[in-house]
Design a protein around this ligand. Structure first.
Ligand SMILES: [Fe+2]
Ligand SMILES: [Fe+2]
Length: 267
């Protein structure tokens, strides 16, 4: 895969659709970039995909729901791989409000401010009723932006984890189980050390506490922005992430390595 690529949406659970894409990282493999549609009484879109795939994203979104029916956009954070179609979604869904945090609004205002009447501020620990189901915002154990809240949906027992529990991959897969245990572990540790280098400096006891908070949710389904769907694999994912602080820190290719890569690409 040599360019960002959109894949076909599919059902992650009875009322959750996943809109998957992949982004190649030269020399390291590919990383999934997922958005989700939670078909609650008040439908929730979770993140809006990659900037360069915006046209295709809007097309795939429309194939799973009429965007005008969306009530909420749960913006896990404001990185470019999560706000790719944010403004188009706001336009296509006139009644939609963006669930984010004060910091999320602040960071968007550095780029293009969100209209104040279209936001809904929710902090980790707080909940929101989206029509016969209550979603609770939860700070994931690993993240790359301070405004990040994931959330738990008790009805599907799904934890939407934002960047947490992501993995670098060598090829696309429909499920985390389909990657094989060893590839999953390696890929998750690579992603965690790359995306959250601060993990190497955390107090082990406090980090274990934050992993335990996720463990206690008893989530059946982990829906990460950067991992294929993971059903009944929560403990395995927690253990893989738990190994990241002691793993080899990520060091990117230097200029010499870049020139070697370019020479290889140009033959
Ligand atoms: Fe991120
Ligand atoms: Fe991300």
């Amino acid at each position: 895969m040599d360019k960002p690529t959109m894949f076909e949406p599919y059902q992650a659970a009875a009322d959750i659709d996943i809109i998957p894409s992949y982004f190649p990282i030269p020399g390291l493999g590919i990383v999934p970039v997922n958005a989700f549609v939670l078909k609650a009484a008040q439908p929730v879109l979770v993140d809006t995909g990659l900037v360069p795939l915006s046209d295709e994203f809007m097309e795939k979104l429309s194939s799973v729901i009429d965007p005008a029916d969306l009530h909420w956009l749960w913006l896990t954070h404001t990185d470019q791989d999560h706000i790719g179609s944010l403004w188009r979604v706001l336009e296509a869904a006139p009644k939609l409000r963006v669930i984010t945090t004060y910091l999320g609004v602040g960071k968007m205002s550095l780029f293009k401010p969100l209209p104040m009447d279209r936001i809904y501020l929710l902090n980790p620990g707080q909940s929101i009723d989206v029509g016969a189901r209550v979603l609770t915002a939860i700070k994931p154990p690993s993240y790359d932006a301070p405004e990040t809240p994931g959330f738990y949906d008790p009805k599907t027992a799904a934890f939407f984890s934002s960047d947490c529990f992501g993995a670098l991959m060598s090829e696309p897969a429909d499920s985390a189980a389909g990657m094989g245990a060893e590839n999953l572990q390696k890929g998750m540790i690579s992603w965690a050390t790359l995306d959250a280098p601060w993990l190497h400096t955390v107090d082990r006891t406090l980090f274990d506490k934050s992993l335990n908070r996720i463990r206690k949710l008893s989530a059946k389904l982990i829906l990460s922005a950067h991992l294929p769907i993971a059903l009944d694999m929560t403990e395995e994912l927690i253990e893989n992430l738990g190994a990241a602080p002691e793993a080899q820190p990520f060091v990117g290719p230097d200029q010499k390595a870049l020139e070697a890569m370019l020479a290889e690409m140009t033959g």
